[in-house]
Structures are given as structure tokens and as C-alpha cells.
Ligand binder design. Structure first.
Ligand code: MN3
Length: 200
């Protein structure tokens, strides 16, 4: 079955004023849809691969045939990353639970984590993502270029931030640090806790 665009679990204006309605609408209906369409186009004629979930494809990216490997990495990554990202966003969810304890224990406390994550996001050159991942049971902040997924490096994302300009330019123009600051106002920590529990 071809891959399809998952509906957003909230309205396009649900994250205002931190992430604006127009950005959410274009980001979901145009950018994410295009990744889905191009992934499906790349997989055409590859019956066995078409039966795998996009995350399974990315975990075994090295065994995807060379002639479609870049397309699966880029467009499959785009589909997986965005599907993951939408679920992470919700206003007014305070940080707590097991992820808070793990951040305190392993990353020097929430304030330090926020500063370190924001710095990595701000300094990431060009287009890519900043992640909080679980690697061998431990939390780690990493970045990936383009639409590369941490899944392809054997790491499990629990939180991720799209820092492509299309994610923020309409509202924030060149002010990526302001967008990152706003992101911390709309993190659904309940979802991050679910991701963390599944990963550990
Ligand atoms: Mn994006």
C-alpha cells in the first residue's frame, strides 16, 4: 500500500502564536505531502520494500538498492521525520515524568538541556534536524543534515526539531533562535514521555 499523509492531530492554528497557522498549513499539506509522493514514486516497482513501514526502511537504509537509496533517505526521511514531529507539538504541557528525571540525571538538568539543545539547533548549518535520542539506553542530543533520520544511525528519537527554513521563515525570517525558543512552548511532553518509555 502506498504511503500517505497522516492527518494532523490538531487544527492548523492550534500552536498560535508560537507556530503560525499559515506555516503549519503549508508545511503539512505541501512539504510533507511532497515527501510522501516522492517516496511512493521511488518505491514504484519495488514490491518487497513497499510492504515495509517507512521507519523500517530507514533503519535498514544500507540494504535499500543503490538506485533508490538517496530518494528513500531523503523522502522517506522527510515522511518519517514530519510524521514524528507533528505528534510532538501541543501547547501548555509541562515537562515531567520519566523524561524529566532522565534529563536531570543524564543531561545536567532541564535548563542545561534546553540551552544545549537550542545551541545545537541554532548552530546547525543549512537544513536539518536537532534531536534528543536514546542510544544504548542513554539520552543524547544529536543533529542530522537534510532529512536524515537518527533511525538510520541505530538511534531512537524521543524529541526532534525541524530547523529547515520552511519550518519558520514566514513568521521568524532569519531569526532561527526565536523559533527554537517558541518550540519549547509547544512541546507535548506527554508524547515525549511515551516515546522515551518505548525507547528504553
Ligand atoms: Mn519540514
Amino acid at each position: 500500500m502506498p504511503h500517505s499523509l497522516p492527518p494532523l492531530p490538531y487544527e492548523y492554528n492550534a500552536l498560535e502564536p508560537f507556530i503560525d497557522e499559515q506555516t503549519m498549513r503549508i508545511h503539512h499539506t505541501k512539504h510533507h505531502q511532497t515527501y510522501v509522493d516522492k517516496l511512493n514514486a521511488a518505491l514504484k516497482g519495488h514490491e518487497a520494500l513497499s510492504r515495509l513501514s517507512v521507519d523500517e526502511l530507514l533503519k535498514s537504509i544500507d540494504s535499500v538498492p543503490q538506485e533508490i537509496q538517496a530518494a528513500v533517505r531523503n523522502h522517506g526521511g522527510g515522511h518519517s521525520n514530519h510524521s514524528f514531529f507533528w505528534q510532538l507539538l501541543k501547547r501548555d504541557v509541562p515537562v515531567g515524568g520519566a523524561i524529566k528525571e532522565a534529563i536531570d540525571d543524564q543531561l545536567g538538568g532541564f535548563a542545561k538541556f534546553k540551552e544545549d539543545f537550542s545551541t545545537r539547533a541554532a548552530l546547525l548549518f543549512g537544513s536539518g534536524w536537532t534531536w534528543l535520542v536514546v542510544d544504548d539506553g542513554k539520552l543524547e542530543i544529536v543533529t542530522t543534515p537534510n532529512q536524515d533520520s537518527p533511525l538510520s544511525d541505530g538511534k531512537t528519537p524521543v524529541l526532534g526539531l525541524d530547523v529547515w527554513e520552511h519550518a519558520y521563515y514566514l513568521k521568524y525570517q532569519n531569526r532561527r533562535p526565536d523559533y527554537v525558543k517558541s518550540f519549547f512552548e509547544v512541546i507535548n511532553w506527554n508524547r515525549v514521555n511515551e516515546n522515551y518509555q518505548a525507547a528504553t
